[in-house]
Design a protein around this ligand. Structure first.
Ligand SMILES: Cc1cc2nc3c(=O)[nH]c(=O)nc-3n(C[C@H](O)[C@H](O)[C@H](O)COP(=O)(O)OP(=O)(O)OC[C@H]3O[C@@H](n4cnc5c(N)ncnc54)[C@H](O)[C@@H]3O)c2cc1C
Length: 373
């Protein structure tokens, strides 16, 4: 079978690319290994305002899957506690399986050949494109969009450079309302508890860790007990997470890597939904241009676009991360003492200010905050 475009993986990245390809007149194949939606994807389901806004732009009904709007974070380091409050929403909370099912159902399915329950295995070079081999068939495609997440086989086959960290997540039946983030004991990561109404999604992520320790589950249980989240655990699992990289490696001839498959995750917070959606829409725009002009350089311009959109930001995220995690105790002390620093942290965590800008502002505020009585 021959296609103009194949999209592998129908999480936020793949579905967003398809949304932009709707009505393009291109012959598009979409392959997803899950056999139906909703399907499980380990994720806390938190949307920063910028993630919510881009989803709203392409999927206007997204409010139907927003379970909570949060404008207060409770942060911990050991027994020390800081409360961040903001005038507007800091995070929109969704359940990932509901969000992904909503995104998938928002597509106009008649525009694509959608194959659920089929897994992409490998790619080979073809004369003017690639051959995609799956568990069911082989397809000749001019452009392949790989959106198959952190475990992407094709990203591994083609040696896409990514840094992988680890997480462990659980669902606890509990109706607590607070969003909690606890940095105690992490080298570069945190514990989270995201309330969703009848359930709280809790998890731990050590984004720069090279290996999973068997005790992650026990560590998560200890945090859950510390924060009084002791209800029935209905689900738990470990899962890798790509945590940014120094250079975005997201292109091979005729193949574009989107979202987690391309390692596009904020290296400090682990936020990935925004980057999945943004890279999906950018990739699909590039693909439309390629079919209009026939110029191969349009496809390779994807990597340049991703670098200029995220390269600088990810670089500064690593700088801010280094400053924060290496001097965690001091930074927490400053955060508790200074309203300005607390406000700046709220703005940073909600994506309202860039890492670079916040770094500069923080250095200006720090002496005053330390000297304040
Ligand atoms: C525990 C945890 C918590 C997180 N919390 C947050 C959060 O609160 N907010 C946030 O913004 N980000 C969070 N992230 C990151 C976020 O989940 C990802 O960055 C995001 O899901 C990336 O979207 P994606 O579309 O690239 O990939 P995915 O969402 O992983 O989608 C990939 C799709 O491809 C399919 N697939 C995989 N392999 C194949 C194959 N070979 N063939 C066909 N289909 C395939 C999968 O079934 C899946 O549907 C979290 C990650 C983890 C692990």
């Amino acid at each position: 079978m021959v296609y103009d475009v194949a999209v592998v993986g129908l999480g936020p990245a793949g579905v967003s690319a398809l949304k932009v390809l709707e009505g393009s007149g291109l012959k598009v194949l979409a392959i997803e290994s899950a056999s139906s939606f909703p399907r499980k994807k380990p994720c806390a389901g938190g949307l920063t305002p910028k993630a919510y806004e881009i989803l709203k732009e392409f999927f206007p009904e997204v409010d139907s899957v927003v379970r909570k709007r949060i404008n207060r974070f409770i942060l911990y380091n050991k027994e020390s506690l800081a409360v961040l409050s903001y005038t507007t929403v800091l995070t929109y909370l969704t359940q990932r399986e509901e969000l992904d099912a909503f995104l998938f159902n928002s597509l106009n399915h008649s525009h694509f050949d959608i194959h659920l329950g089929e897994t992409a295995l490998t790619v080979e070079k073809d004369i003017d494109g690639v051959i995609l081999n799956t568990t069911k068939d082989s397809y000749r495609v001019k452009v392949l969009l790989v959106a198959s997440g952190v475990n992407s086989r094709i990203a591994r086959q083609l040696g896409i450079k990514r840094e992988i960290g680890f997480t462990y997540e659980s669902y606890v039946e509990n109706s607590r309302e607070e969003l909690i983030i606890d940095f105690t004991g992490f080298k570069w990561g945190y514990y989270w508890a995201f309330p969703k109404g009848d359930v709280v999604t809790t998890g731990i992520g050590e984004f720069k860790s090279k290996k999973v320790t068997a005790s992650l589950r026990e560590i998560l249980s200890q945090f859950n007990r510390k924060h009084g989240l002791t209800g029935k655990e209905t689900w738990s699992s470990g899962f890798p997470i790509p945590a940014g990289k120094s250079q975005n490696d997201v292109y091979r001839p005729h193949i574009l890597f989107l979202g987690d498959a391309g390692g596009l995750v904020d290296p400090l917070t682990g936020e990935g939904i925004y980057y999945a959606v943004k890279s999906g829409t950018v990739a699909a725009g590039v693909v439309r241009q390629f079919f209009k002009t026939g110029e191969l350089s349009r496809l390779s311009s994807y990597e340049t676009a991703i670098n200029s959109l995220f390269g600088e930001e990810f670089k500064w995220a690593r700088i801010v991360g280094k400053l924060f995690f290496s001097l965690k105790g001091l930074n927490f002390f400053v955060l508790k003492r200074s309203k300005e620093v607390a406000q700046l942290t709220s703005e940073l965590l909600s994506g309202r200010i860039s890492y670079r800008e916040s770094f500069k502002k923080y250095l200006r505020m720090m002496p005053g905050a330390l000297l304040r009585r």
